[in-house]
Design a protein around this ligand. Structure first.
Ligand SMILES: Cc1cc2nc3c(=O)[nH]c(=O)nc-3n(C[C@H](O)[C@H](O)[C@H](O)COP(=O)(O)OP(=O)(O)OC[C@H]3O[C@@H](n4cnc5c(N)ncnc54)[C@H](O)[C@@H]3O)c2cc1C
Length: 496
């Protein structure tokens, strides 16, 4: 069952002394402490319990400014599958009818079997649920104090005068306003809330493409995003960044933050996209520290990963942010039950002065490094071609293959087929010896399967040591021959 709970934050009457403002037309809101509206908290708990009994998803939605996220994180910590903040300056000071109209527009875009609200907000008038139901033309019951799901219908009990209860059967989809006391809302401590503090509230994914599987791909993203915009055109069949950029400029909402992976496609697409959108651009972002006013705080790495740079990016006219692949952990479970919206008609004719012709597959090479369980991998630290023999001798005695980082290939010391990394091969050995390799993310991107990683590097601050299981700070030109000799001794093989 897809359940939507409409929740909001209200001034916490146990924490605040409420006073009128100087003009006498509102309460003094500066310094107020807010918490989730009590009845809404019961509504969320009830939704979670129904979901746990019959399956489905719970989405919590709030109409608020950016501070509303705090409430949504709390509901995520309680166990909601996803949360949605509906925010726009135009919504400020909306009355109950206005909020109901905003929520209706949101509900129209999705599919919900059951919509719950709290019976009344501490500063409200018990109106949003009933108004929303009428706007949607759904049946409605207020003051609900128990819900049972029976044969695709609900059996609900309503609180009436004198402690009596009125039992109703109600068809789905419907809207119910939940009375306090219906259940015992679970406790969420600060720890739980902090655990979801880094969860970005997912918003919108845009997919450009064409072909028979395109709809399936769009659908697959609805478990991670509230809205998936499908932009289909035959011109977008191959992800040519020139064409994709034109399409995006036509369909992207203004002043948004656009996240793009920092890979061969994102590097091609993003700088120009930011110019066309007249927005800021930050590349290869590793962490997002938060937002302060119009400033988005980001962390990048420079100088081969030895320096972290803290960047403040003005997002008043939006931003394009290239995110380093692997920098953020994907949510292990679905966080949304989004909808696919077809925005293809907004694209129009796409013309390009760069046309995709074909993809040339890399040559196989003499040794297939992807099949070896032990790799002795050399980087720029090997210093010259003649020193490669040191790695080859060690590899021979260990039964390993020699692989390398990109500079070794760029210098034409080894074939491209030996390169590990995002523009080279992806390897999955059991043991990976990184010899004179600094640990750039493009190199590490090619090492999968969490091998036992041994790093030999003369610079103790080399980033490779952050991911190594064993780190050896030494000159590899001295260390490798010694290790080879020890391995020979161990195996009883005479030196050449
Ligand atoms: C789009 C793109 C794609 C890329 N794809 C790849 C890719 O597929 N694979 C890849 O590897 N790179 C790739 N790169 C390059 C990557 O960013 C790094 O520049 C590269 O990985 C660095 O290689 P390295 O570690 O060998 O060299 P460096 O970063 O120069 O590191 C050399 C290391 O050797 C150490 N050293 C020097 N002398 C000695 C010694 N005598 N003994 C011990 N240690 C010593 C140094 O301390 C240093 O840490 C790509 C870059 C871009 C922009």
């Amino acid at each position: 069952m897809e359940i939507l709970v409409c929740a909001r934050r209200v001034p916490d009457t146990s924490e605040n002394e409420i006073e009128l403002n100087a003009a006498g037309n509102d309460i003094e809101r500066d310094e107020l402490v807010y918490s989730v509206n009590e009845a809404d908290n019961y509504a969320v708990e009830e939704a979670l319990q129904i979901r746990d009994r019959v399956g489905g998803n719970v989405t919590v939605v709030t109409v608020d400014g950016e501070d509303g996220e705090e409430i949504l994180r709390r509901q995520l910590a309680m166990g909601a599958n996803q949360s949605v903040l509906i925010s726009d300056d135009a919504f400020n000071c909306s009355d109950g009818k206005g909020v109901a109209a905003i929520l209706k527009a949101f509900v129209d875009k999705g599919h919900y079997d059951l919509i719950l609200t709290g019976v009344q907000a501490d500063d409200g008038a018990a109106q949003v649920g009933g108004m929303l139901a009428a706007m949607l033309d759904y049946p409605f019951a207020s003051l609900v104090n128990s819900i049972a799901v029976e044969d695709g219908k609900l059996r609900v009990s309503r609180e009436i005068e004198g402690g009596n209860r009125e039992i109703n059967e109600i068809d789905l989809p419907c809207v119910l306003s939940i009375q306090t006391g219906i259940n015992e809302p679970r406790y969420v401590g600060m720890r739980g809330i902090r655990q979801v503090a880094s969860v970005l509230i997912p918003n919108l994914a845009i997919l450009t493409g064409w072909g028979p599987d395109f709809d399936l791909v769009c659908k697959s993203l609805t478990s991670s995003f509230c809205e998936v915009w499908k932009v289909a055109s035959q011109d977008l069949a191959y992800p040519n960044a020139e064409v994709v950029r034109q399409a995006l400029v036509r369909v992207l909402p203004p002043d948004n933050i656009v996240l793009v992976p920092h890979d061969h496609f994102g590097i091609d697409l993003s700088p120009g996209l930011s110019i066309k959108l007249n927005s800021a651009f930050v590349s290869d972002v590793l962490a997002i520290e938060g937002v302060e006013g119009n400033l988005l705080k980001l962390v990048r790495q420079e100088l081969g990963g030895q320096v972290s740079t803290h960047v403040q990016c003005d997002i008043s006219s939006g931003a394009v942010i290239n995110v380093r692949p692997g920098a953020f952990k994907a949510q292990p479970t679905a966080v949304a039950s989004g909808v696919v919206l077809d925005r293809s008609s907004g694209v129009g004719t796409l013309a390009t002065r760069r046309r995709y012709l074909e993809t040339i597959v890399a040559e196989a090479g003499d040794v297939d490094i992807t099949r070896h369980s032990l790799l002795v991998s050399i980087g720029r630290g090997i210093q010259e071609k003649d020193n490669i023999v040191l790695a080859e001798e060690l590899a021979e005695i260990l039964g390993a293959a020699v692989s390398c980082s990109r500079p070794v290939v760029d210098a034409k010391w080894m074939a491209k087929s030996r390169q590990v990394g995002s523009s080279g091969k992806t390897v999955k050995p059991k043991v990976y010896m990184a010899c004179g390799i600094s640990g750039a993310f493009q190199h590490l991107a090619g090492i999968k399967g969490s091998p036992f990683l041994i790093a030999i590097n003369k610079n103790p601050k080399a980033p490779i040591f952050q991911v190594a299981d064993v780190g050896i700070v030494d000159d590899l030109l001295e260390f490798l021959p010694e290790l080879t000799n020890k391995a020979r001794e161990f195996r009883g093989v005479a030196a050449k």
